[in-house]
Design a protein around this ligand. Sequence first.
Ligand code: SGN
Ligand code: CA
Length: 514
Amino acid sequence: MGWYQFNTWILICLLSLVTKVEAQSTHPNILIIFSDDHTQQAISAYGSKLMQTPAIDRIANEGAIFNNTFVTNSICAPARAVLLTGRYSHLNGLIDNSPNRRFDGSQQQVQKILQKANYQTAWVGKWHLQSLPVGFDYWKILPDQGQYFQPDFIDMKNDTARYRGYTTNIISEFSIDWLNHRDSTKPFFLVVGEKATHRNWMPDTTDLGAFDKIDFPYPSNFFDKYENRKAAGDQDMTISKTMLLGNDLKIGVDYSQRGMFGRMNPEEKKAYETYYNRIQKEYEAIKSDSLAVVKWKYQRYLKDYLSTAKSLDRNIGRILAYLDANHLVENTIVIYASDQGFYMGEHGWFDKRFMYEESLRTPFVMRYPGIVKPGTKLDQMIVNIDFAPSILAMAGLQAPVEMQGNNFLPLLTKTPLEKVWRKSMYYHYYEFPEPHHVAPHFGIRTERYKLIRFYGDADAWELFDLKKDPTEMNNIIDQKSAKQTILQLKKELVSLAKEFKDDAALEFLSKENK
Ligand code: SGN
Ligand code: CA
């Protein structure tokens, strides 16, 4: 071996050593892409029948897919507050999306702990917590729900400015820009808060018509009559009645008006007008047939929703490509998750809120090179209170005692657990009556059963056997043979409410038993 080859050989050895050390670093970078209302039924890694999501699937294939991830309160701001605090809504204070309820940023949060441990912390995109972010070295957020076109962003000086373009693209650009300018001597914690796939599902102009050739299958319970489920019958979130032809499905929209379509530039308006004028003709042809209209609305809803998801997945791909090109793959944990799941026509619905499966679940995939084997599938029950403690564990940090979740990493690495992993999870939803008129409720889900207590107007218990009835159509609360199961589940419900310090639910249950 000559001198030159010898030097090259030494260099290769050193480089591979650096990569190895990097891969096993106790301070990996942590990147979370956190979307809005993006549900498992629309992700191919979860077996979607509706569309392909190659970028999300790549994260799952190169790392782990979590098959049973649940949320504690299925709406946006509460789910974000849980992500940051690792605590249930009644303790972190953000029980609903009310604009008057501001998140108390003075409480302990995951990014504050990471920041103290030398992480550079940033949040870009949808935030929705009403108060401004605390504990982030950098942030740039959408006000409230944000806009799909020409969105406003609030910067760290609390100034609001408008930006040209489509929001999902802009969020990636801002995120990549921050990554380019960060202090690369420190590990980073970046949350990319996506606006997609939130209502009113406005696709990027390049994705208009992307699903037009597809006739989507109807969920088996699309025409649910809500028998024996009062709360389900009382909601205001059906595709048939609640979904709007104008604002949601873009039929008969006046583009000269202000409001959500008013932000588009002339080319975008032209693209929308041309496309949706054609769609309007389809509607005109069937509008006198009420059954055909409901089915058509479902088809249109899916086409628009999935088109926003197409841009979302493309943009996730863009961020992954940035990591590839900048030698950030080995030492960066990438998590893709949504704030909660969503109905894609199941029970005849859109939106979320209910403790039923589609909105109780949320997608969660994670790539963690060197630690998590590619192709890992995790079936244990993960709850979004586990996110913060697990993120801290990834950084080699201990979660503070007030965080109510558990570190899920040992489940992935198959290392022994300190205590047995949960076999049931606890849920509590509050927002009522607006929007969507979903009765407040709390409940427990075990591997097999789900017991829900609706209170307020709906005032009822529901029990589902998820093994026999996975689509939750058959409330068996009055079935004699279920008596023992109900007693057992009620006991477990009380013990979970105690564990998670939900005093309001405990008081309700104790009054009921008097
Ligand atoms: C808006 C939507 C609702 C949606 C909530 C909460 N209406 O109010 O359909 O449930 O946001 O969503 S819209 O006509 O304004 O789009 S969340 O994801 O932020 O919880
Ligand atoms: Ca949401």
